[in-house]
Design a protein around this ligand. Sequence first.
Ligand SMILES: [Zn+2]
Length: 312
Amino acid sequence: MKDRVFAAADVGGTKILLLLAGPQRDLILRRRLFTPPKATPDQVVEVIAGALTGFLEEAGLSPQSLAGLGVCIAALLDFESGVIYESPNLDWHEPVPFRELLAERFSCPVFLENDCNAAILGEASYGAARGHRDAAYITISTGIGAGLYLDGRVYRGSGGFAGEIGHLKRFGKGRRCGCGGYDCLEAWASGKGIARSAGMLWGEGDPGAGTLDTAAVFDRAEAGDPLAGSIIEQAVEDIGISLANLATLLNLSCMVIGGGVARHRPGLVGQIEEKVNYFAVPPAVRVTRVKVVAAALEPEAGAWGMYAAMRR
Ligand SMILES: [Zn+2]
């Protein structure tokens, strides 16, 4: 029986991944839970706390054996205070002392981290960015976000909001972003942005277009449809330019690409790499070799990052 175990959870808009592992990264249990629709912070805490209590029991472990709980979530949050300011996926827009709510339910140390920050820590510790001191994890999914790992540690910025690469401007013209601004990268190049572009192009005159999702746009592009091809090409270029700027600014040696859109399109990583090499200042990509690679731990990079945070 293990006497010290660590729990790590990745809270998404529809699902929560929960891992329980021993001190040697030995996996004891992996479960997927459902995030209740329109869940309040208290409800999410309840789901995690309830499940974890049950899982410990199931694994024959006492509640005292839990040596740490690490939770990551797609949100703008402050790691130090544990306050979530904004979580578009969960539709939370008021500050919530989320770590405190979790800590009330457990006697072990509790960590709360942004999901992309957790993912780069996971990839740098055990995955595709292992051995790199300056790296970034970029998720291309419904939205676009990044976690930065600089000089061997997660870089969060003054308030904890660093890495919001999806809101770099300006791309395209005249499109409102979920952040309230206009023409952010993710308004055009994320999964949602690609679907929006398709909807605008085919919305009229194509009865099937209303149901066009990102996957369908990729499929059409791959089948040779020039309009779909141009949407994808533009999205890849916008992402590539943003990542090239990141390489120019930070002189990274590794960029890990994750997220649902990238996961289903393995060719995408190579296309982004070409753009990075083309647009970045030459020494940042020629003297320093920038590795642009697919995430190795997905979809568990965030949870393993939280595990790494507890083991550091
Ligand atoms: Zn934005």
